[in-house]
Design a protein around this ligand. Sequence first.
Ligand SMILES: Cc1cc2nc3c(=O)[nH]c(=O)nc-3n(C[C@H](O)[C@H](O)[C@H](O)COP(=O)(O)OP(=O)(O)OC[C@H]3O[C@@H](n4cnc5c(N)ncnc54)[C@H](O)[C@@H]3O)c2cc1C
Length: 396
Amino acid sequence: MKVVVIGGGAVGAATALFLKRQGGAAVQVQVVEPDPGLTLASSARSAASVRQQFSNAVNVAMSRFGFELLSRPAEWLAIDDGTRAQAPDLGLVRSGYLFLATSAAGARVLADNQAVQRAAGAQVQALTPTEVAARWPWLHTADLQAACVGLDGEGWFDGEAFARALAATARALGAQWLRGRVVGARRDGARLRALQLADGTRLAADAVVLAAGAWSGAVGRALGLDVPVHARKRTVFVLRCPTAIPGPTPLVVDPSGVWWRSEGAGFIAGWSPAEGDADPDDLPLDQPAMEQFEAHVWPALAARVPTFEALRVQRAWDGYYEVHPADHNALIGPHPDCPNLLLACGFSGHGLQHAPAAGRGVAEWLLDGRYTSIDLAELGAERLRSGRRFVEQAII
Ligand SMILES: Cc1cc2nc3c(=O)[nH]c(=O)nc-3n(C[C@H](O)[C@H](O)[C@H](O)COP(=O)(O)OP(=O)(O)OC[C@H]3O[C@@H](n4cnc5c(N)ncnc54)[C@H](O)[C@@H]3O)c2cc1C
């Protein structure tokens, strides 16, 4: 079988890795990527954090598998160069997410989520405001109703190193990387037969995997298919605070929509605006939305951590969330109008941690015709036609 993967970020690389790991020589894998330095890829511009605190058991399971690779790179991502196995340094920092609730409704959501998380094997702890204040005395807790912290399987890492390690492992197993941009396709009825690259190259394929992140909607159009995944710009602020707070802190998710965590000796923070769709071609990166800091991020941080009154922005970066607006969760599986186009896109802000589970699932589907590890059917792309929504309360 010949599989062409569109996009060489973490999701495309993980797909190539598991296709080769599970399919061996029986599957030929080519990954098409126009930007081998991943300069614009979300995989190199994310906050690179991993959590188990989702409300949907499928998302919890996917994160748990992501953490398995992150915490045991020697098992999954070591490359044997003939002398010794090289395991990549992924810079994993183990530290829980701390979700805060300031309303009765928010507290109920946290409690409901904990039941799902525990049933899926995640270790989480519900905390009263008094317990939060005792553990993190620098947090303002007077308005809190409830909180939940992850006890294991959460933290942050070097996202670009992770994407590169997935790609290097896939290449070591025999996957081939091609520098190029997919601009069209030859169809035979509903099925794709070959992909057209910008330089004129044609790549025949038995199956195609669309893992082009925030560009997936645009690539879908080039293939003649509707793939409702849109680029939305997100800015991450790198902060210094003159007064030290003992770290690593948890990754705090405030009900205001602002999140922050330790990053080395300082902090990073971000906020999710509810802006409309954007065309990545009309929305250049490297122009971070600095105005968001004064208007949204800083007021929320200073209210939650009084010491943060004195925060300074050192720098900021931006990247694209790849958003499937109907429910902000990934589309994984065959496109309803094209049975040999497998979607693996639309992950919003949790695609890096879900890349291994998505890649393994796509490989299982292509090689075995069904999911044999985590059942990803609930994320199926048939919901483009049925209108079914994947329900997840914990979107950041
Ligand atoms: C600010 C920010 C914070 C985030 N924080 C987190 C987090 O804490 N945890 C988490 O898990 N996730 C996080 N994410 C989300 C995560 O980064 C993405 O979901 C994930 O990296 C997506 O990986 P990908 O491989 O699908 O996409 P990408 O890494 O974007 O890769 C897609 C690739 O497709 C290529 N491509 C584009 N067009 C074409 C074409 N025509 N032909 C061939 N290739 C093409 C691109 O060059 C690109 O390299 C964050 C994202 C952002 C922007």
